[in-house]
Ligand binder design. Structure first.
Ligand SMILES: N[C@@H](CCC(=O)N[C@@H](CS)C(=O)NCC(=O)O)C(=O)O
Length: 227
């Protein structure tokens, strides 16, 4: 018997094909085998649809993703994934034991709370706009914070015994949902990844799975040309 909750309302994901935070949620939905409808929010068109009143009513922060589910709208990718985990627990994206859960959340937050926010679109736009940094300086900023964050993640995943085929053991979970989109994003900015063999090994294992391949940016209906 399935222990997953169900709802008559279709699940709607507000996202953008290249948003790493939205990709985390696409991954969680896919790994859990949930059906969902896609509501694209173009982050660049007309000054960014995420800043227009229609979207701000869903998320006053003006950030994707937002997930309409069970009669409410949820924001913040990690909070959304935790909600999915609690309401639709199978297959689990977090380990059962508290120490394992703390480890996976810690790996996920390394990416989602510390690395990604420094390189978000609005940050890069602020550096290039009001602060008048040129493209090369913005790229240097981007690559610095990617290298710093990924080096710490590599050290942890290479050194900790709970790392397996995936970030934690031999099943994909929350930390993998954060790792794979972040590596994709790093490549967009030509970051060197040679020093991160463990991350690349885990990424390969992830991308061999349907949920990762099907949720990739290029396979989304709003995918545009590469920059
Ligand atoms: N902490 C948030 C971050 C959300 C976020 O930064 N989303 C980006 C796309 S990856 C965004 O909407 N950026 C729009 C902007 O910067 O204006 C989460 O995990 O959901």
């Amino acid at each position: 018997m399935s222990t997953n909750a169900t709802s008559a309302e279709p699940v709607r994901l507000y996202g953008y094909w290249r948003s790493t935070a939205a990709w985390r949620v696409r991954l969680a939905l896919g790994l859990k085998g949930l059906a969902w409808q896609y509501c694209p929010v173009h982050l660049l068109r007309d000054g960014g649809e995420q800043r227009q009143p229609e979207f701000l009513r869903l998320n006053p922060q003006g950030l994707v993703p937002a997930l309409a589910i069970d009669g409410r709208v949820l924001t913040q990718s990690l909070a959304i994934i935790e909600y999915l985990e609690e309401t639709r627990p199978q297959p689990a994206l977090l380990p059962r034991d508290p120490a394992g859960r703390a480890r996976v959340r810690s790996l996920a937050q390394l990416v989602a709370s510390d690395l990604h926010p420094l390189n978000n679109l609005r940050v890069l736009q602020y550096l290039g706009g009001p602060l008048q940094l040129g493209e090369e300086q913005r790229n240097a900023w981007y690559r610095h914070w990617v290298a710093t964050g990924l080096a710490a993640l590599e050290a942890r995943l290479a050194g900790e015994p709970d790392t397996g085929r995936f970030c934690h053991g031999n099943a994909p979970g929350l930390a993998d949902c954060c790792l794979v989109p972040q590596l994709y994003n790093a490549r967009r900015y030509d970051c060197r990844l040679d020093d991160f063999p463990t991350l690349l090994r885990i990424e390969s294992a992830c991308l061999a799975l349907d949920a990762f391949a099907a949720s990739s940016p290029e396979r989304q209906p709003d995918a545009g040309p590469a920059r």
